[in-house]
Design a protein around this ligand. Structure first.
Ligand code: F6P
Length: 551
């Protein structure tokens, strides 16, 4: 459903602005002191995940206004349209039906009048058969040895989702198979990966929806050469090279046997493709049953997003909080802080998911927005970040809302490691909330025995403003279904924000310019004349590259 009225012209928007002015100097500390039920009141559960959003700069009134905004922007109808297969990606005239890939209901999903569910299910069955053959050593390499290594070649959405999920589910891996991800076009990366591998026991999966991505094709070609130069023959290629793509013809032209190509579809965006055969490396690592559980967890989150009332809807609430900070507090970034080694790739996946989706400056109908859209997503695994960038979170002039993400149980419960990890997580959000006043800092110094004058001089350095918002997402343990729900939660948060802002969260035209210019620059680096219309800096850097080849 199209949104036409300008967001900022709405009386509700003005009301939100007035409300922001009225609460901006209030401290969350006081709200907690006044309301012992705040934790229970600003708390949600869905698909095995719990969300504590009580440490946000919101009151009941804030939430009511934001929920009204969601209604005014027709969020329920837009959500229904997303699941129904409406053309939500208008610039490419496509639906965004990643939810069909994990549709465990018997509801048909129609694209151009055709139910796509039979093909989706048939593909999962093919994946199952493939995984079964590889994991049971029925499909072997050209010397009849079982595979020991899988190299997944792909970039962006054809890389980040599977990498995140296979890292998150490491405890579920079949220890006989190593999975390697090759994304960047960097001779050092491919060299480091291939150096350790034996072509006779290595399986390659070329992951590219378009089968036209420069980095992926270059890496795939180099792997093919490596395979042929190190014992494999042309006739053996079909045993070792598979692909996932919506462009079967290009994959066949590249030399992949047609039977080894798993389908992708235009109605799945790259950054939403983990749930398709792009998830193959993950399925090989953890087995198809665990992959199905991942899908099931995502499906549960889908059902929640589709059916829960807005005030109990976890992705919607997270989306509204994001809008509250971006558009009223003028905040330009959002930190993702997983307190779990296995979730260390989450910030990178969410960077693509959020920034490629909502890094947009025009609405669906092409009108420039007069408000900010997607924030910069960044972050890192706790507690490492505490000894690096958290200083800015606590005392910097910018504030960045944070999502703390934490399993309550560890897969590796040694000693009291996990209690220590959790205590770090909880105390960080506590410190962000509470801060430390100058009086408190001074008292602390005096109590430590410092003389009064020195304490008075030092105290301002130790002031921590606090009142800095965070969500805490927690769950019992990183199980396949939980990870599915977690990733789907963020997909829907991002989609809901796109709906609120009236932008297209499913295209990515911004990446194209770099690709176009990249080819021209490459020609210049390879000796062709530098185009005269290149700016002076780019010309200078090209010359520097050419000179330094001889140093
Ligand atoms: O970065 C742009 C992009 O198109 C992403 O959206 C996509 O995930 C990635 O490139 C890889 O594309 P492909 O799967 O077609 O190789």
């Amino acid at each position: 459903m199209a949104i036409t009225a300008s967001l900022t012209q709405s009386p509700l928007w003005q009301q939100l602005q007035q409300h922001y002015q009225s609460i901006r100097h209030q401290h969350m500390r006081d709200w907690f002191a006044a309301d012992p039920q705040r934790f229970q009141r600003f708390h949600l559960q869905a698909a095995g995940l719990s969300l504590d959003y009580s440490k946000n700069r919101i009151t009941n009134d804030t939430l009511q206004l934001l929920l009204q905004l969601a209604q005014e922007r027709n969020l329920p109808a837009q959500i229904e349209g997303l699941f129904r297969g409406d053309v939500v990606n208008r610039s490419e005239q496509r639906p965004a039906l990643h939810t069909a890939l994990r549709n465990f209901s018997d509801r048909p999903v129609l694209v151009d009048g055709q139910d796509i569910m039979p093909e989706v299910r048939a593909t999962i069955r093919r994946m199952e058969e493939f995984c079964w053959k590889i994991r049971r050593n029925q499909w072997r390499g050209y010397t009849n040895k079982a595979f020991t290594d899988v190299v997944s070649i792909g970039i962006g959405g054809s890389f980040l989702g599977p990498k995140l999920a296979s890292g998150a589910l490491k405890p579920y891996w079949d220890s006989r198979l190593n999975i390697h991800y090759l994304a960047n076009i960097d001779g050092s990366h491919i060299t480091e990966i291939l150096r350790r591998l034996d072509p006779a026991t290595t399986l390659f999966i070329i992951q590219s929806k378009s089968f036209g991505t420069q980095e992926t094709l270059k890496n795939a070609l180099a792997c093919r050469h490596w395979f042929l130069d190190n014992g494999g023959t042309e006739a053996d290629l079909a045993k070792h090279f598979t692909a996932v793509s919506s462009n079967v013809q290009k994959a066949v032209e590249f030399g992949i046997a047609e039977d080894n190509i798993f389908p992708m579809w235009d109605w799945v965006g790259g950054r939403y493709s983990l749930w398709s055969a792009i998830g193959l490396p993950l399925a090989l690592a953890v087995g198809i049953d665990n992959f199905r559980e991942l899908l099931r967890g995502a499906y549960e989150m889908d059902e929640h997003f589709r059916t829960a009332p807005l005030h109990q809807n976890m992705p919607v609430i997270m989306a509204l909080l994001g809008v509250w900070y971006v558009n009223f507090f003028d905040v330009g970034s959002h930190a993702i802080l997983p307190y779990d080694h296995y979730l260390r790739s989450l910030p990178a996946h969410l960077q693509q998911l959020d920034m490629e989706s909502n890094g947009k400056s025009v609405t669906q109908d092409g009108t420039p927005v007069d408000y900010d859209t997607g924030p910069i997503i960044w972050g890192g695994v706790g507690t490492n970040g505490q000894h690096a960038f958290h200083q800015l979170l606590h005392q910097g002039t910018h504030f960045s809302p944070c999502d703390f993400i934490m399993p309550m149980q560890s897969h590796n419960p040694i000693d009291n490691f996990h209690a220590m990890l959790v205590s770090n997580c909880l105390s960080q959000s506590q410190a962000l909330l509470q801060g430390k006043s100058e009086a408190e800092a001074l008292q602390e110094l005096l109590d430590s025995g410092m003389d009064a004058e020195a304490a008075r001089q030092l105290a301002p350095q130790k002031v921590i403003p606090g009142n800095r918002p965070s969500n805490t997402l927690y769950f019992p343990r990183s199980r396949p279904a939980t990870i599915g729900a977690l990733i789907a939660l963020y997909e829907h948060k991002v989609a809901a924000q796109g709906m609120l802002w009236g932008i297209n969260s499913f295209d990515q035209w911004g990446v194209e310019l770099g690709k176009q210019l990249g080819n021209k620059v490459l020609h210049a680096l390879e000796g062709e004349p530098v185009p005269a219309n290149f700016d002076g800096s780019t010309q200078g850097l090209i010359q520097a590259y050419l000179h330094m080849q001889h140093e």
